[in-house]
Write a protein that binds this ligand. Structure first.
Ligand code: SF4
Length: 382
C-alpha cells in the first residue's frame, strides 16, 4: 500500500540502524521522547528500540488522549448518564477506562445507562436526529487532530437547529503539554522530541519553533511508520551531536510549516482556550485545553447540565501519572501483567490503543522480559 509499505521495509530499516550506530557518540546517552502513543506503538510493534544502540533510549510521552484524561472527567460523563439520563456517545477506547469507585463507562452501560460507541461526530449527530426527545451528548476527547470534526458537528447542529445535541469538550493541546513536562518541578531529562505527526498536519510545525528555542530542545516532526521513527531519531541525534536545537520535519508528506489553515479557522470559530485544564500525570496546565465558545453555549454540555469539577484519584499502585510524564516506564509498575492486563485494566495506559502499557503488553515486551528473553525482534516487511 502506498505510503505504508515503503516505510516498513526491513532492508531500509537495517541501513538506518547502521547509520544511527555510526552517528551516535558512544560517550553520551540520548534520551528521546516520542510524544505520541502512535509512535510508542510503532516502536514496540516493529522492534525499533531493539535496532537502536544501547545509548539511544525512547522515553514515552503523554500523547495518548484517553490516557491523559483525568478520572474526574470520566466520573462526570457517568453522572451525565445516571443523573441526567442523556444518551452519551463515546469512542470505544474510553469505555473501559477506570473511573472512581471501580466504575467505568462500560459498567455504567451494563447497569442500564444509554452509552453508545460511535466512530465519528457524525454518528453522534445522527443519534441526536433519530432521538429528538432525548438529550444526546458527544464525549469529545483528543489532541488538535480531532478538534476540527468537533467544530464541524457544533456548527452543523446549530445550522439544523438541533436542540438535543451537546458536546462534553475535553480537547487538549500538544505544545502546552510539552512545556509542562519541561517545566515540571523535577523535570525528566529529555534531549529531544519526536513531535506529533497527525497533530502537526493540523497545526503545522511553526508552533514548536519558539518552544525549541526557549527550551533548547530539538524537535523532529515524525511520521508513525517504523522507518519514519528511525529516520527522525537519526535526525535528532545529528542535531544533538552538532549542538543544534531546531524544528525539523521528517513527515513532510503530510505536514507543512503552517498546517491546515482551513481547519485552524474552523476550530478558532467554535472553540477557545480554557484558562487551565487538569491532565492525568501532569496536573493543572494553563492554556492547555479547549472549550466551546460562548456564542455556541447551547451546544456545550458543561453549560447545559450541572457538571461540578470532580477531584478523583487513580488506582493505588498505578504508575500511569509517572509514565505519562516520562518519569517511569511501564515495567516500573508492579501491577503490569499481574493485576493489570487489557482484560482487567487498572489504568488508562493499559486501556487505550495508544497507551504505553498496552504497547508493552501487546507486543510481547512484558512476557518476554519476565521469561528472561529479549523482546520481540524486527517485524518489518522484506
Ligand atoms: S500497568 Fe496498569 S496499573 Fe500499571 S501503570 Fe500501566 S495502566 Fe497503570
Amino acid at each position: 500500500m502506498k505510503y505504508i509499505d515503503e516505510f516498513r521495509q526491513r532492508d531500509v530499516a537495517q541501513q538506518l540502524a547502521g547509520a544511527i550506530a555510526q552517528t551516535v557518540d558512544p560517550a553520551r546517552h540520548y534520551r528521546l521522547m516520542e510524544f505520541c502513543g502512535g509512535h510508542t506503538h510503532a516502536i514496540f510493534r516493529y522492534g525499533v528500540q531493539d535496532l537502536m544502540p544501547a545509548n539511544v533510549e525512547f522515553i514515552h510521552g503523554p500523547g495518548c488522549p484517553v490516557c491523559v484524561l483525568p478520572t474526574g472527567r470520566i466520573d462526570n460523563a457517568i453522572q451525565l448518564v445516571r443523573e441526567h439520563e442523556v444518551i452519551l456517545c463515546t469512542y470505544a477506547d474510553l469505555m473501559r477506562v477506570p473511573a472512581s469507585e471501580r466504575q467505568s463507562l462500560i459498567k455504567a452501560k451494563a447497569a442500564g445507562g444509554d452509552i453508545r460507541m460511535v466512530y465519528s461526530t457524525q454518528d453522534a449527530l445522527n443519534i441526536a436526529r433519530d432521538n429528538p426527545d432525548r438529550q444526546v451528548v458527544f464525549f469529545a476527547i483528543g489532541f488538535e487532530t480531532t478538534t476540527p470534526p468537533t467544530a464541524v458537528a457544533v456548527k452543523q447542529a446549530q445550522a439544523e437547529g438541533l436542540k438535543n445535541f451537546s458536546v462534553f469538550c475535553n480537547h487538549v493541546l500538544t505544545p502546552a503539554a510539552m512545556q509542562a513536562i519541561l517545566n515540571a518541578p523535577e523535570p525528566v531529562q529529555i534531549d529531544g522530541f519526536l513531535g506529533p505527526s497527525h497533530v502537526s498536519s493540523v497545526i503545522g510545525s511553526r508552533p514548536y519553533e519558539t518552544f525549541a528555542e526557549q527550551y533548547a530542545k530539538p524537535i523532529v516532526i515524525a511520521g508513525f511508520e517504523p522507518l519514519d521513527v528511525m529516520q527522525s531519531a537519526l535526525m535528532l541525534i545529528r542535531q544533538l551531536n552538532a549542538g543544534r536545537r531546531q524544528v525539523e520535519n521528517e513527515y513532510s508528506r503530510a505536514v507543512t510549516r503552517d498546517g491546515n489553515s482551513k481547519a485552524q479557522a474552523l476550530v478558532a470559530e467554535v472553540l477557545e482556550l480554557r484558562p487551565q485544564f487538569e491532565w492525568r500525570g501532569l496536573g493543572l496546565i494553563p492554556d492547555s485545553a479547549l472549550r466551546i465558545k460562548p456564542q455556541y453555549a447551547e451546544f456545550d454540555a458543561e453549560r447545559r447540565f450541572a457538571m461540578p469539577a470532580i477531584k478523583a484519584s487513580d488506582v493505588k499502585g498505578c504508575e500511569c501519572p509517572a509514565i505519562l510524564r516520562g518519569a517511569k516506564k511501564p515495567q516500573d509498575c508492579k501491577l503490569l501483567g499481574t493485576v493489570c492486563t487489557p482484560e482487567n485494566p487498572m489504568g488508562s495506559c493499559m486501556v487505550s490503543s495508544e497507551g504505553a502499557c498496552a504497547a508493552y503488553w501487546s507486543y510481547g515486551r512484558v512476557r518476554n522480559h519476565s521469561a528472561g528473553k529479549s523482546p520481540n525482534g524486527l517485524a518489518l516487511s522484506n
